[in-house]
Design a protein around this ligand. Structure first.
Ligand SMILES: Cc1cc2nc3c(=O)[nH]c(=O)nc-3n(C[C@H](O)[C@H](O)[C@H](O)COP(=O)(O)OP(=O)(O)OC[C@H]3O[C@@H](n4cnc5c(N)ncnc54)[C@H](O)[C@@H]3O)c2cc1C
Length: 317
């Protein structure tokens, strides 16, 4: 049976959350198309392939010392080898910096059509129809693929993470991995003490409506701490130096998809929304009832954040 193949993503020997989300997506797409879900893992040994086998029934491992770190040339060659060795219909790649870097090359190498930045799918008359973001999320468009094989990049947070617990098989796939023409030198760590808000389950974000640094700390940081979450900000807050750049959400900041996103004093500009629209529940607090943020909010509170947040804090005890 044809396979829907996830290409696993890892850094410093650790699988990304996007890989687990794609395992979920592969199972859903395979089930709708009458195919089977599988994954390909490219690494220096088979340790990560064994790890991925907890999430998906079939794993193909391409093992080569040159695959320890991501490289577009080596990954493209490895995708080609797995697709040549197995019956693969579709390849799913995370829509991340690395994924976007090699997905089109991989599609070209296997003669597949590609749709990028997808967040939903449906099957119409046996054909896969994908919904994707365009114009920074302002428009959602649907695309189908005319070629026999397809490559799809999937937006972070579009699917839940698959839970571990399975015991899939791992099979080695032979591949001749070329010496890449560009060399990996080092991973430059983020600023000491900075957080990765993209992993947070609860985020309280403050915008220009928080007025000044002390007030931002007083309402946003304290509510985030009280809820056991992370605090974040719109760009003007970061530009003003009220919090650090690692906490900016949006087009030029982080993309987040928490269970709960509280946006206080944020108007909902498209560049901000691009980074948080995948949140499961969005609570907007804004004194302007016409603020665009209310168009994407699950719950909207029209009011002064300096009254609403202290009232919420008091309720939380
Ligand atoms: C190329 C580019 C990239 C960008 N990237 C990003 C990005 O990554 N992230 C990002 O956030 N922006 C980004 N921007 C900026 C973006 O366009 C907006 O300017 C920005 O998001 C606005 O931030 P804000 O909502 O905090 O401020 P404003 O738009 O000024 O909104 C403040 C809101 O607070 C409300 N308010 C004021 N006082 C109160 C109160 N007391 N109680 C309740 N509500 C109150 C107001 O009604 C208003 O809606 C980018 C822009 C460009 C051009």
């Amino acid at each position: 049976m044809a396979r829907i193949l996830v290409v696993a993503e890892h850094r410093s020997g650790k699988l990304s959350d996007a890989t687990l989300e794609l395992c979920k997506a592969a199972k859903a797409i395979a089930s709708a198309m009458g195919a089977t879900p599988a994954a390909a893992v490219f690494y220096k040994d088979d340790s990560l392939a064994n790890e991925v086998a907890k999430y998906i029934p079939e794993v193909f491992a391409v093992v080569d010392a040159k695959l320890e770190v991501y490289n577009a040339e080596t990954y493209t060659e490895a995708v080609k080898a797995v697709v040549a060795a197995q019956d693969v219909k579709g390849v799913l790649i995370p829509h991340t910096y690395d994924g976007v870097d090699y997905a089109a090359k991989a599609a070209l190498a296997i003669g597949a059509g590609i749709v990028s930045n997808c967040n939903k799918f449906e099957v119409q008359g046996g054909a896969l129809v994908l919904t994707r973001n365009t114009y920074n999320g302002k428009i959602q468009e649907q695309r189908s693929i005319k070629t026999d094989k397809f490559v799809v990049t999937i937006e972070k947070g579009a699917f839940d993470k698959e839970a571990a617990g399975g015991a899939g098989s791992v099979a080695a796939v032979a591949a001749t991995i070329p010496a890449p023409r560009r060399a990996f030198k080092e991973i430059v760590a983020m600023m000491a003490g900075s957080v990765d808000i993209s992993q947070a389950k609860i985020i309280v974000a403050g915008g220009r409506g928080t007025k000044e640094k002390d007030k931002y700390n007083d309402v946003i940081v304290n509510l985030a701490k009280k809820l056991g979450g992370e605090y974040a900000a719109s760009r003007p807050v970061v530009d003003a130096g009220w919090t650090d750049a690692a906490r900016q959400v949006g087009q030029s900041g982080k993309t987040v998809a928490p269970v709960l996103y509280i946006a206080a004093g944020i108007s909902g500009a498209i560049q901000h929304v691009a980074g948080m629209k995948g949140s499961q529940c969005i609570v907007a607090i804004n004194k302007d009832p016409e603020a665009p943020v209310f168009n994407i909010a699950t719950y909207g509170i029209v009011g002064d954040l300096f009254e609403v947040i202290p009232a919420v804090m008091a309720e939380l005890g």
